[in-house]
Design a protein around this ligand. Structure first.
Ligand SMILES: Cc1cc2nc3c(=O)[nH]c(=O)nc-3n(C[C@H](O)[C@H](O)[C@H](O)COP(=O)(O)O)c2cc1C
Length: 191
């Protein structure tokens, strides 16, 4: 069982990172092999709409996404974690997501089936404010991302009112909730 964690914040040991770490610990406690990628450390160009992927399902841009596509397709569980930036996911996370147009093209243009049906996905998000609709846009983005890579949107952890670096450690339940999400999503994949 392989779990891929996508860390979408530029802030190492920030709130997103700490939440994802806990989720991956939870996944590991259930016997999963876990890997975390820190998107901000990678060279990922935004999608340029060259649309080469419509011909053969492969992006024509050569950068660190070359290594990410097989990880996305090889994981049994994908957990994407992002801070809320202007009511969406971070631009780091969004660049990776947009480049998955190549996988979307395999499925929807070239009618290829993606591997490992029954794969699960989970979304972790954290924002500073407390608005009811804070996560709506990002949830839609992540649902569509998961659909493109052939993963079911199975779980989420959405934390409001956390702003300063590492402030999540003062939250009464967020980190334990993240651990439990990691456990749950692995159990869901096993079921
Ligand atoms: C560019 C930028 C945009 C932000 N936009 C929002 C927002 O729309 N809504 C919100 O609640 N918080 C917003 N925030 C606050 C972050 O979501 C918050 O500080 C979060 O805890 C950062 O998580 P991190 O430590 O993982 O980076 C924004 C922060 C930055 C830097």
């Amino acid at each position: 069982m392989k779990v891929l964690g996508i860390m979408g914040s530029p802030r190492i040991k920030g709130n997103t990172d700490l939440l994802l770490e806990e989720a991956l610990k939870g996944a590991k406690s259930q016997g999963a092999e876990v890997e975390k990628i820190v998107v901000d450390k990678l060279k990922i160009s935004p999608c340029k709409e060259y649309l080469g992927c419509f011909k053969d399902g492969n992006c024509v841009i050569r950068d660190d996404m070359d290594d990410i596509y097989p990880k996305l397709l090889g994981a049994d569980v994908v957990i994407i974690a992002s801070p809320m930036f202007f009511y969406g996911v971070s631009s780091q996370a969004k660049a990776l997501i947009d480049r998955c147009q190549a996988l979307w093209a395999r499925k929807h243009i070239l009618k290829q089936s993606l591997p490992n049906s029954g794969r699960k996905g989970a979304f972790i998000a954290v924002g500073a404010t407390k608005g009811k609709r804070l996560f709506e846009g990002a949830i839609l983005t992540v649902k569509y991302f998961f659909e493109a890579i052939g993963v079911e949107y199975a779980d989420e952890l959405l934390i409001r009112g956390v702003d300063a670096r590492g402030e999540i450690k003062e939250h009464p339940i967020a980190l334990s909730d993240a651990f439990e999400l990691g456990e749950r999503v692995v159990q869901a994949k096993k079921a």
